[in-house]
Design a protein around this ligand. Structure first.
Ligand code: SAH
Length: 341
């Protein structure tokens, strides 16, 4: 049998060009793109294309879908998806319901190369990077499975977005495309472990997309122990890039800080952190570490986390303790895939 080309894997321009090559008018690409975004599961569902045209297209192009291999629903409504991509690789996405709307956390790579010591995603290393259309599939699948609108997307699942800059940038443009889903850039958030060149480029190209930095330590020595990336991009360079980003974009930078019992939840850490961030347009998101069996590290309890927040606030640094959604369903990065693959 002849190998079919995956209709979803083209960029919009490429798809328009191949369809044009088949003698089809430009609006056909718009129709097909709309069906991809709406979560149609095959050519048969593209009902504004004639049967003949659908038959012709399906002889040349496959319509491949990501499938939910496992769905875990938490008592708080959080839903975690183990997603099988066409081709068989698995990634995770997490749907969270907040008062101000629904949020979806998506993965940008299968596995991760960054090697953070507390993170399950990195345990088997980076298998590969996702393409923009595969990231879009995570969104489409979540809408299909939950039947709920998604107002906010965070690139905070498996993988390091700036280790896959080109496809991540293509995805941001795709999900923002008004002919498809049309999410506002302000409703998108990208999280990085601190790849400084990525931060600079991102600030120039996507000044409206929110930036989150996984910081997790208040000095270079501690950060190096937790996050190997700190050796390549030291804390002072990272902080300089963050300050530059906040000034350039006028938007507040979020700092993710996973509190590890006895490691980075002390008054000394709070003081160091406050002096690191002083004067910057920023916000600190405190997350008691989700324990990952393989790492042996334990999270700070809620009470101590609240105390740490109060210390930061008293030193003028805005901070919140993030509601711990989905703790009963392995919602920490990479945990689900680890368990089932
Ligand atoms: N690579 C990117 C995005 C993916 S990680 C980044 O590092 O930002 C998403 C967030 O989950 C990061 O802040 C990461 O440090 C954090 N994380 C990973 N494992 C965790 C755990 N066990 N408990 C709490 N947060 C964790």
């Amino acid at each position: 049998m002849r190998n079919l080309e995956n209709i979803k894997a083209f960029t919009r321009e490429e798809r328009a060009a191949v369809l044009k090559g088949m003698g089809l008018p430009a609006f056909r690409e718009k129709q097909i793109f709309a069906w991809i975004c709406r979560g149609a599961k095959g050519w048969d569902e593209c009902t504004d294309l004639s049967k003949d045209l659908r038959a012709k297209l399906s002889q040349r192009f496959s319509w491949e879908n990501a499938e939910a291999e496992l769905v875990q629903t938490s008592s708080d409504g959080t839903r975690k998806f183990l997603i099988a991509l066409p081709g068989g690789d698995r990634v995770e996405a997490v749907f969270m319901a907040y008062e101000y709307g629904n949020s979806l956390c998506i993965s940008t790579q299968v596995g991760c190369a960054m090697g953070c010591s507390f993170c399950a995603s990195t345990i088997g290393g980076r298998i590969r990077s996702l393409s923009a259309w595969e990231m879009l599939e995570e969104y489409v699948l979540a809408v299909r499975e939950t039947g709920s609108p998604i107002n906010h997307i965070v690139l905070m699942g498996m993988g390091e977005p700036f280790d896959n800059y080109g496809e991540v940038a293509a995805f941001l443009r795709l999900i923002h495309d008004p002919q498809g889903i049309g999410l506002s850039y302000r409703n998108l958030t990208l999280s990085t472990c601190g790849l400084v060149p990525g931060i600079r480029r991102f600030g120039d190209e996507f000044p409206q997309v929110n930036l989150a930095i996984s910081l997790h330590a208040s000095n270079q020595a501690d950060r190096e122990k937790l996050m190997p990336v700190a050796k390549a991009y030291p804390l002072d360079e990272l902080m300089a890039a963050c300050r530059e980003h906040a000034e350039k974009t006028g938007r507040r930078v979020t700092f993710e800080f996973a509190l590890i019992a006895g490691r980075n939840d002390t008054p000394q850490t709070a003081r160091e952190l406050a002096s690191l961030l002083r004067g910057m347009l920023c916000h600190v998101n405190l997350i008691p570490l989700n324990p990952v069996t393989e790492t042996g590290l334990q999270g700070t309890d809620r009470k101590a986390a609240a105390k740490f927040r109060d210390m930061l606030e008293s030193m003028g640094i805005p901070a919140t303790v993030r509601r711990q959604l989905g703790a009963d369903i392995d919602a920490a990065c990479g945990q689900l895939r680890k368990k089932y693959t």
